[in-house]
Design a protein around this ligand. Structure first.
Ligand code: CMC
Length: 442
């Protein structure tokens, strides 16, 4: 397991001056290997009596990390220094998961051992099936995933001692291995079909497709092109620095919570439409648009400040030039649809929407480009997944990143995450007797 070395400290400082009194404080500047420098505000409150204020963390580095680097202006995404374009073209999801967790690409023997470990942890305790039958058949599969992943901690007691590196490693293998099984079971349950057991002769993505789409009454052959596309989609979603769900996993983990509960918290955070839920929202939006002719109307609605509507699959907190994952996803989309001979009118609508939006001043000014989720839904639909499964697939892949960040945080011994606030509520006041209270209480 890679240990994060202490960040290099630059010799620079910045000075904070309180204009009212002229008092000033020197703050240290820390420098990583790439990316913007950060001002070290850890001692700020103690020294100055001020907190920093940054809701939404738009300018806050919450930790040191060696896992993923993003340059949003240049459209660069690196995992452990390797470009996402190269990983998508040459690596596999399991190899990328290894890289994220251990810091280096595996050699042949390490890869074989890791693959063996993951493959031999794909089954889930048979009793897990009963959890599924407790859910309504029409439950959203993300609701099911939040529940069943959290419930793993009730089954695997031998891997929840987070102080033991060996147990942490077993838990991480279990999570990466069991996510496809649990996700496929969520699909099967919603469709009233029997659960399919994992097949050890299949690769990670192929096995997932088999568990999802095979039925016991006839043979199912995984199409290599689909297994490859699935694997690439998993690689593209494997990690993305300190996004909302990863930060949620880190925050949950910082209290010493067990890994299964931490990943369940990440799944809950990912579910929102501003994050992983966007891939589902994109497809719904394209279906609602229905025809190219309606695109100008939709673009106007997205620009209207009185309307809450946003163009789903557009915009990113970090990417302000292009999302490198979106480019690969667009290409994969054409490949998959071409290979399957699918002529989806939604692809035409998506391409036209992208073309028009990219020429529109509103989107240009705000640097809003298609993100990773813009094309993924069309591919997943062509592969046969219902929209409700899209975010589940994102969660399955992102588990590799969540786990890597969780390991990194624990190996660095990070303090419990405990932000402060700018309090804007009532000042101290006396408690009034019941009869003396005004009627203005809502
Ligand atoms: N459609 C229309 N306007 C938009 C959009 C959009 N998709 N995204 C941002 N804007 C506008 C926004 O109204 C604001 O305008 P103004 O400056 O006039 O007030 C400006 O662009 C900046 O937006 P913001 O909300 O301050 O930006 P943010 O960094 O807080 O939000 C985002 C990033 C991804 C939440 C947002 O772009 C969004 O809601 N996009 C649609 C949902 C989506 O596709 N999410 C998937 C993100 S990628 C996958 C992942 O990481 O999970």
């Amino acid at each position: 397991m890679s240990q994060a070395p202490a960040h290099a400290r630059s010799s620079q400082t910045v000075t904070l001056t309180e204009d009212a009194t002229g008092k000033s404080w020197k703050l240290k500047v820390l420098e990583g290997t790439m990316g913007p420098k950060v001002i070290d505000t850890r001692g700020l409150y103690g020294e100055t009596g001020y907190f920093t204020y940054d809701p939404g963390f738009t300018s806050t580095g919450s930790c040191d990390s060696q896992i993923t680097f993003i340059d949003g202006d240049k459209g660069i995404l690196l995992h452990r220094g390797y470009a996402i374009e190269e990983l998508a073209a040459k690596s596999s999801f399991l190899e990328t998961a290894y890289l994220l967790q251990y810091g280096e690409l595996p050699n042949r023997a390490q890869m074989e051992k890791f693959t063996h470990n993951i493959t031999h942890h794909t089954m889930v305790n048979e009793q897990m099936a009963r959890f599924y039958s407790g859910f309504r058949r029409d439950a959203h599969p993300m609701a099911v995933m939040v529940g069943v992943v959290g419930a793993l901690s009730a089954f695997y007691h031998d891997s929840i001692d987070i102080g033991d590196p060996q147990q942490r490693e077993v838990a991480s293998h279990r999570l990466i291995a069991k996510m496809p099984t649990l996700a496929a079971m969520a699909y099967k349950y919603a469709h009233g079909q029997p659960f399919m057991y994992p097949q050890n002769h299949l690769g990670y993505a192929g096995n997932f497709l088999h568990m999802t789409f095979a039925v016991p009454c006839e043979p199912y052959k995984v199409k290599p092109v689909l297994a490859r596309a699935m694997d690439r989609i998993f690689i593209l979603h494997a990690d993305h620095e300190q996004n909302a769900s990863t930060s949620t996993v880190r925050l949950a983990g910082s209290s010493g919570a067990n890994p299964f509960a931490c990943i369940a918290s990440g799944i809950a955070s990912l579910w929102g439409p501003a994050h992983g839920g966007a891939n589902e929202a994109v497809l719904q939006m394209l279906q609602e648009i229905g025809h190219k002719d309606r695109i100008p109307e939709v673009i106007e609605k997205a620009k209207d400040k009185d309307s809450p509507f946003r163009l789903m699959g557009f915009g990113h907190r970090v990417y302000k030039n292009f999302d490198p994952r979106a480019k690969i996803m667009r290409q994969t989309c054409h490949e998959v649809l071409g290979e399957l001979g699918v002529n989806d009118p939604l692809l035409e609508i998506a391409m036209e929407l992208e073309r028009i939006a990219l020429q529109d001043e509103y989107f240009i000014e705000r640097k809003l480009y298609p993100n990773v989720d813009f094309y993924s839904g069309i591919i997943l639909k062509a592969m046969g997944f219902p929209t409700s499964m899209f975010t589940v697939l994102f969660a399955l892949a992102r588990t590799a990143g969540w786990i890597a960040h969780w390991h990194e945080m624990l190996s660095e011994g990070q303090k419990i995450g405990r932000p402060r606030q700018l309090y804007t509520g009532p000042v101290t006041r006396p408690y009034p007797a019941l009869d003396a209270r005004s009627e203005s209480v809502p």
